[in-house]
Design a protein. Structure first.
Length: 249
């Protein structure tokens, strides 16, 4: 017999059918106290975010001259650091957000590759230059645009304390790593979609089973009932299925 205490219930469904068939913002106190980080320990929980971060750690070793690396993400939420090997990339992204300019933003929005050989002499982003020179020892920057991801754009960035740290080989290596990064993201996104699809299928299957038992209908009729409920309420089918499950518990 159906429960009578639920606030939402679909159990008033059609009659029986006979048919069967989901950085610290403060600048370092002293440049000399922050040595380049070559790698950090692998996180125990390898979520997509931490796996991306681990890849960035390795990138700082594969590009000539690079001491620090990070990914700048620009989306509807603003500018943020998606992954970094050190506090410096996060600090530089904070500077770009505060002053509204910088090589990472330009690489992501306008120019695919930007290289700065001597930051104190850089004239294109004066507010960014002054802030970074005052707060960090970084003098060389290499920014490479990554592929757009929906409404988000991003840049892969490499940094070094020494002036003139990056050469043409550095650019080529950076482009190769950027390509690998995009391929990795694509694989991770595909994996997430697959896992989400599996979870949705399980929820829908459970809801179908409940309808089949409750109304003595077959799987096809149960799915059709879910589909109609979804259309009538303008709610995703998996959400309708989850509501059914929740209402029965």
């Amino acid at each position: 017999m159906p429960s009578t205490h639920h606030t939402w219930s679909p159990w008033s469904a059609p009659a029986r059918s006979s048919t069967r068939a989901n950085c610290s913002n403060a600048p370092p106190k002293s440049p000399h106290r922050h040595r380049p980080q070559t790698a950090i320990s692998k996180p125990e929980r390898r979520s997509p975010e931490t796996r991306r971060s681990t890849g960035i750690d390795n990138s700082s070793l594969s590009v000539n001259g690079a001491q620090y690396a990070g990914i700048t993400l620009i989306d509807e939420g603003g500018i943020r650091t998606l992954a970094a090997t050190h506090d410096y990339p996060r600090l530089l992204d904070d500077v770009q957000r505060d002053v509204g300019q910088g090589p990472c933003l330009s690489a992501a929005w306008i120019q695919h590759i930007i290289r700065i050989d001597d930051l104190p002499e850089e004239m294109r982003w004066p507010r960014y230059r002054d802030a970074v020179v005052a707060q960090t020892p970084i003098r060389s920057v290499l920014s490479i645009r990554l592929a757009d991801r929906g409404k988000a754009i991003s840049a892969l960035n490499f940094y070094a304390d020494a002036a003139g740290a990056f050469d043409d080989d550095s650019v080529e290596q950076g482009l190769i790593f950027a390509s690998h990064t995009v391929l990795t993201w694509t694989a991770l996104d595909r994996e997430q979609r697959f896992q989400s699809a599996l979870a949705s299928r399980d929820v829908i299957g459970q809801a179908k089973g409940m309808l089949m038992e409750r109304f003595d209908i077959d799987a096809v009729a149960a799915f059709e009932l879910l589909r109609k409920l979804s259309q009538e309420r303008n709610v995703k089918l998996v959400e309708i299925a989850q509501r059914l499950i929740d209402a029965d518990h």
